[in-house]
Write a protein that binds this ligand. Structure first.
Ligand code: 5AD
Ligand code: FES
Length: 350
């Protein structure tokens, strides 16, 4: 397996078969070897610097019905909320003071906000904080909408593909949601000029090793600036309530693989990773991640943005996550920097 990991390091990809083979050998020994290499790659591009993004979960209304997600339309027990523009701007004000230079506006696909509303929100944030990046994570929209947000100043867009296999996608989503549309959105976002992030859940129901290999090959093709992955975690009010959570070890192994594939990419140690293990995010950084995304949402709504059970970071203090993560990163020899943390294209052959 070490030869395969070395080849991945050198060539930044493998065949589908070899990815599958590697993924079935996620042992402690192979993990240790992979993480060493992945960490050395991260260190080369980022040193011990960790980028932070302030996550603002501004609406949990959603028109979609993904079977895995706690804020799916069909979950009548979710307590729905929307933040006003003023509330969102006040999160940013608070976040700026805390050293955030990227704000991630994340929400369900909520038709309440028109494309003009979103564009207006983005331009207000950019006007108040010209030295900050704005990332949108609001799902599948029309090309025109994406263009409008971009012209309003949005810098980045997160849209996980969830799974690159159409049959598997069909098992996770109702029929009106298609992988084809999702992928088209991603290509459009790239064309428009966004720094694009994609990603998937590890251990989602019905996922096979082959599916994961397909995810990696899709990412190889898309060449995203950012890749967010985290374990699947069940939510009690969804059709997948009884499905087992994804594994910590395999998620970390995939982070290591992604770092070797995309040496300069922005890879977060996600909240889901921190939810399945108390030190999940630290482990994520040590496997090759270089971004953390503290929660910046108003405390009163945090528990309501419940994509899965036992989600962490629902504490009493607005600023808690920022300092919590600072301590966590320092405990493993890394430091959070005050920086937009843009994707920097580099010559990977240097
Ligand atoms: N477990 C883990 N991740 C989830 N997401 C949604 N529901 C769950 C869950 N039950 C992820 C999806 C989505 C992102 C915002 O959160 O991948 O793209
Ligand atoms: Fe949110 Fe630790 S990062 S409580």
């Amino acid at each position: 397996m070490k030869a395969l990991i070395d080849r991945l390091y050198k060539e930044r990809t493998l065949s589908k078969e070899d990815f599958g083979l590697l993924l079935t050998h996620c042992t402690p020994e192979n993990s240790e070897y992979l993480f060493q290499l992945a960490q050395s790659v991260s260190k080369k591009y980022f040193g011990n610097r960790i980028y932070v993004r302030g996550l603002i979960e501004f609406t949990n209304y959603c028109r979609n019905d993904c079977y895995y997600c706690g804020i799916r339309r069909g979950n009548s027990r979710a307590q729905r909320y929307r933040l006003t523009k003023e509330e969102i701007l006040s999160c940013c004000e608070n976040g700026y003071e805390l050293g955030f230079r990227t704000f991630v506006l994340q929400g369900g696909e909520d038709p309440f906000y028109t494309d003009e509303d979103i564009a207006g929100l983005v331009s207000s944030i950019k006007k108040s904080y010209p030295d900050c990046a704005v990332t949108l994570s609001i799902g599948e929209k029309s090309r025109e909408a994406y263009q409008k947000y971009f012209e309003a100043g949005a810098d980045r867009y997160l849209l996980r593909h969830e799974t690159a296999n159409a049959a598997h996608y069909g098992k996770l989503h109702p029929q009106n949601q298609t992988l084809q549309n999702r992928m088209e959105c991603l290509w459009q976002l790239k064309e428009i000029g966004y720094q694009v992030g994609t990603g998937f859940m590890v251990g989602s129901p019905f996922q096979t090793v082959e599916n994961l290999a397909e995810d990696l090959l899709f990412i190889r093709q898309l060449q995203p600036a950012m890749v967010g992955i985290g374990p699947y975690i069940p939510h009690h009010d969804t059709p997948f309530a009884d499905q087992p959570a994804g594994s910590l070890e395999l998620t970390l192994f995939l982070i290591g693989i992604l770092r070797l594939m995309l040496p300069n990419a922005l890879i977060p140690a996600t909240t889901a990773l921190g939810t399945i293990h108390p030190n999940g995010r630290e482990k994520g950084i040590l496997a090759g991640a270089n971004v953390v995304m503290p929660n910046l949402s108003p405390v009163k709504v945090r528990k309501k943005y419940e994509l899965y059970d036992n989600k962490i970071c629902t504490g009493e203090e607005a600023a808690e996550c920022r300092f919590c993560l600072q301590n966590r990163m320092e405990s493993i020899g890394y430091r959070i920097v005050v920086d937009r943390g843009d994707f920097c294209p580099v010559n990977l052959n240097d």
